[in-house]
Design a protein around this ligand. Structure first.
Ligand SMILES: C[S@@+](CC[C@H](N)C(=O)[O-])C[C@H]1O[C@@H](n2cnc3c(N)ncnc32)[C@H](O)[C@@H]1O
Length: 295
């Protein structure tokens, strides 16, 4: 039996169907995009990993229906919404309540109770938390849920949660989450602190008021220098090695002696920060700031 194969498409059609991919983003396009984000959003792409950026730019070029970069760059020059969309595409905002639950188990069972005891011995009343790269708020609200269980009488806690992307912070302030984000929240906690609104879970006003959200670029803005506990999880992976080391050194400088740093499961100390922390739990990436005498 003879099978009729379709004629090959004319060359122009084949070219026209070419999917714009990361490899098509040349040096000049990269530099122009970098300048737009720097000038319009004070966001420095120079600090992010190259291949990752090219893929994401290509994703936006395709999303706007272009097959070459020039037309996209022209749009970027005049369309503020596209600048925002590109900014958002550059950063990944995936998160979940109690992401990596075993990390929160160690915080609940060992780290946070000891921090409250130590602060009390030192005559302090407040445990201050800084969540860096907090995305939609799942991480700082998880800490708030944890603190509600652990805070001793006459002690309190505060949480500052920062991210570079304003749109995710708006969502975080709303405190409204799809069910799968709450997979690791025990039913009892969920029923106590959330209410159902048209199929989504809203964290209650009391806990929302415990978390202050702010826009902050951890690579270039001053660190929060009051924190006793810093969580910076799944953020450093997007930075180059020298920038990771620089951010970690700033955390070390900002934390007091015995202050606690929690990184993501795929992240670790680098540069001179290695001498400034002791490893409390290697698997959960929990580190304690050394005192001057120990270094
Ligand atoms: C994958 S999410 C991590 C969310 C949460 N920490 C967690 O582990 O589930 C990474 C977040 O880091 C933020 N981010 C990326 N670069 C940043 C920077 N330079 N300064 C502050 N936040 C940044 C992104 O906007 C994104 O929301």
């Amino acid at each position: 039996m003879k099978i009729d194969l379709p004629e090959p498409a004319p060359r122009e059609d084949r070219l026209a169907r070419h999917l714009f991919v990361g490899a098509d983003v040349d040096e000049q396009t990269l530099e122009e995009v970098r300048q737009v984000l720097l000038q319009k959003r004070q966001f420095d792409l120079g600090m992010y990993k190259d291949a990752c950026i090219r893929r994401r730019i290509a994703g936006r070029v395709r999303a706007r229906g272009f097959q070459q970069a020039r037309a996209y760059l022209d749009l970027l020059a005049v369309d503020e919404e596209e600048v925002t969309a590109l900014m958002s595409a550059m950063t990944i905002h995936v998160s979940q309540f109690f992401r990596n639950p075993s990390t929160f188990d160690v915080l609940r069972e060992e780290v946070v109770p000891e921090m409250f005891r130590r602060l009390r011995r030192e005559g302090q009343r407040e445990l201050r938390v800084w969540s860096v790269g907090c995305a939609g708020g799942e991480e700082p609200y998880s800490v708030a849920l944890l603190m509600e269980q652990l805070v001793p009488p006459r002690m309190r806690y505060s949480i500052l949660a920062c991210d570079i992307t304003p749109v995710v912070l708006e969502k975080a302030r709303e405190g409204l989450f799809d069910g799968p984000r709450l997979t690791h929240v025990p039913d009892e906690l969920r029923d106590r602190h959330f209410s159902l609104e048209e199929g989504r879970w809203r964290i209650n006003e009391r806990l929302r008021s415990k978390v202050k959200f702010c826009t902050h670029n951890v690579l270039s803005d001053e660190p929060y220098s009051e924190a006793d506990l810093i969580l910076c999880r799944n953020v450093l992976i997007y930075f180059s090695r020298p920038d990771q080391a620089r951010v970690l050194e700033r955390f070390a400088a900002a934390l007091p002696e015995n202050g606690v740093l929690v990184l993501g499961r795929a992240e670790t100390l680098s540069g001179s920060s290695r001498e400034q922390f002791t490893v409390h739990n290697p698997a959960e990436r929990i580190f304690f700031k050394r005192g001057c005498a120990e270094r």
